[in-house]
Design a protein around this ligand. Structure first.
Ligand code: PEP
Ligand code: MN
Length: 338
């Protein structure tokens, strides 16, 4: 970390500042130029709050020279992480598609899952615990929904992805050997949940918070990894901007940016990112071209009667057509899009 010191600072103030930094257990390197004085802070800079530094009268600005995320950082782990879920690999050139309804609703799950599998999906998604904006909206089937997902897995042999909202439910998920636990956008900074998930051995699909920067998102991944679980996938699902024509704004930039910064697999969710069925296929293709390691797409056999997110669901036949085109894009870009 580097602190640029204001020109108006006196020698006394500078000495006082250096002593304060060193008292925190860091070393300093003071470089006095003609126009500005720069103090390099060397050592474990996590001991110092950069906002506190910047609020000091003699400090003009503070610049980080290394990222605060370590385990997720590609610098310390250059090769891509490949996550294996019941034999299905994601990352490092292995491309997968997770598909299924927003909410697990009952018996139609198996029909939807079968259609998705036939179209080429390799993992089944469905929410049993639903993070609804309103407490009066349907909150999902809960435990019974998890059981239905397990039945589908047994029948079709595909790994299942489902959202966990509360650390108190971890046992329900682990007992059923849920293959991927999804952390929803609304929980991306629920650090208690993230730490608890870090103590499990189950792959985690960490969705981007709707107002989270890429760095905040990576720090959330770091929370999980710092507890011992390295099996984290990051899922771009759109962020909130001034645009109102779509539910969210799909940050396609995040895909190559994350590939540059981290070794973790990157998943893209064009369903929540756009919020409208008609935009899902084009953005699924775009995310594939941009280098996503996997897609997560909502599919429903009767969107107009879906419990949630019917307006962004693809029907099984739309999904099959999207998959065909995703395959063409994958062929066109091969595996060297980074
Ligand atoms: C979902 O995947 O159904 C979901 C609720 O996603 P998000 O957390 O991205 O809104
Ligand atoms: Mn949904």
């Amino acid at each position: 970390m580097i602190a640029v010191i204001r020109q108006s600072a006196t020698t006394d103030q500078l000495d006082h500042f250096v002593a304060w930094v060193e008292a925190k257990g860091l070393k300093t390197n003071v470089s006095q130029g003609e126009d500005e004085t720069i103090v390099g802070l060397i050592g474990d800079v996590s001991r110092i709050d950069p906002f506190l530094l910047e609020s000091m009268d003699i400090v003009e600005r503070v610049q980080r020279v290394s990222e605060p995320f370590k385990k997720a950082n590609r610098k310390f782990h250059p090769e891509d992480t490949v996550i294996e879920c019941r034999g299905v690999k994601i990352g490092g050139g292995n491309f997968q598609v997770m598909a299924g309804p927003c909410s697990v609703e009952g018996k139609n799950l198996i029909e939807i899952a079968r259609a998705c599998q036939k179209a080429g999906a390799t993992m089944i998604r469905g929410g049993a615990f639903k993070p609804r904006t309103s407490p009066y909206s349907n909150q999902g089937m809960g435990e019974r929904g998890l059981d239905l997902l397990v039945e589908v897995r047994k029948e079709l042999g595909m790994p299942i992805v489902t959202e966990i909202m509360d650390a108190r439910d971890i046992e329900l998920f682990v007992d059923r050997e849920i293959d991927v636990m999804q952390v929803g956008a609304r929980n991306m900074q629920n650090f208690t949940l993230l730490k608890e998930l870090g103590r499990t051995d189950t792959p985690i699909l960490l969705k981007r918070g709707m107002a989270a920067t890429i760095d905040e998102w990576l720090m959330s991944a770091e929370y999980i990894m710092s507890e011992g679980n390295d099996k984290v996938m990051l899922c771009e699902r759109g962020i909130r901007t001034f645009e109102t024509r779509t539910r969210n704004t799909f940050d396609l930039n995040a895909i190559p940016v994350l590939h540059h910064l981290t070794h973790l697999p990157i998943v893209a969710d064009p369903s929540h990112a756009t919020g409208y069925t008609r935009y899902v296929a084009p953005m699924a293709l775009a995310a594939t071209a941009a280098g996503a390691d996997a897609l997560e797409i909502e599919v429903h056999d009767d969107p107009s009667n879906a419990w949630s997110d019917g307006g962004q669901a693809l029907t099984p036949s739309m999904f099959a057509d999207t998959m065909r085109r995703v395959g063409l894009i994958r062929d066109a870009v091969t595996q060297e899009v980074r």
